[in-house]
Design a protein around this ligand. Structure first.
Ligand SMILES: O=C(O)CCC(=O)C(=O)O
Length: 265
């Protein structure tokens, strides 16, 4: 086990499906911020832009840029990301899945709705982790919020398009509705954060974030990793991110030429 985590942090991740790790990536913030500044000026062709009708700024989302942005690649391959992931997932291996960038301009009105990540992905399994890494200090009200324990729900939550709120796939019955987030069935976990802190959460943990209503930009990177029990799962439609040409069968581990194993084997 890496000495970077305490037993109680690993236990919290297991019990709640979410944990905040303080200052763990302090040394990497300048590198990632440099990459993010390049990224904002050079989004990929697949980038999505959301705009709240009553607000001036936009919210840009972009996926899978770690191979073309050297600072992201350096972080993925040379930071303690992989060892921390393996410890949190209690997995011998950590396989890199993808990166996801959230850039919210000052006063951008579009929030990130409550959702669960796993149903948007072409994988199934429990040993998963996303690292939500904000590049600026974040007040609690504009930080990530998660429903503790929601990663234990048996059925997946119906994924929807954030733009239209329509179901992502035709196969509606395979999913359950989003539980009521206001009736205290789940405790909401949300922390004020400083650059270098990270919120780690399971792909099944229900989470969301408020719109950026403050007069300053907000840049967040999420890095997503897979553990030993995660395998390819065919979905009845386009996934997000989508991996055209992946050419895999249900139950196979993801191909290593696209998704490298960066810890263990
Ligand atoms: O920062 C946000 O707005 C949302 C982050 C998120 O949904 C994620 O990292 O999966």
């Amino acid at each position: 086990m890496t000495t970077l985590l305490t037993k109680s942090e690993i236990q919290d991740f297991k019990d709640d499906g979410v944990v905040v790790l303080r200052g763990i990536f302090n040394e990497w913030i300048d590198t990632l911020a440099k990459g993010a500044d390049f990224h904002i000026k050079n989004p990929s062709e697949g980038a999505l832009v959301h705009k709240g009708a009553d607000f001036q700024g936009k919210f840009l989302e972009d996926f899978c840029n770690w191979q073309r942005i050297p600072e992201y690649k350096d972080f993925v391959l040379n930071s303690p990301l992989a060892s921390i992931a393996a410890d949190l997932m209690e997995s011998k291996s950590a396989q890199f899945f993808h990166d996801h960038f959230f850039y919210k301009e000052a006063l951008s009105g579009a929030p990130t709705p409550w959702h669960q990540d796993l149903p948007y992905y072409c994988v199934s399994g429990h040993q998963t982790v996303s690292f939500w890494l904000p590049l600026e200090a974040r007040e609690k009200t504009v930080s990530l919020r998660s429903l503790a324990g929601s990663h234990h729900l048996i059925k997946e939550i119906r994924p929807t398009s954030w733009a239209s709120n329509e179901s992502f796939y035709k196969d509606n019955d395979a999913f359950m509705d989003m539980p009521n987030t206001d009736n205290n069935d789940f405790k909401i976990k949300q922390w004020e954060t400083e650059p270098g802190d990270v919120v780690a959460f399971n792909f099944k943990t229900i989470h969301g974030a408020n719109a950026n209503k403050v007069d300053d930009i907000s840049r967040t990177l999420s890095f997503r990793l897979l553990g030993d029990d995660v395998v390819y799962r065919h979905r009845p439609g386009r996934t997000s991110p989508n991996f055209p040409g992946i050419n895999q069968k249900n139950g196979e581990r993801l191909r290593e030429d696209w998704f490298p194993i960066i810890w263990g084997n």
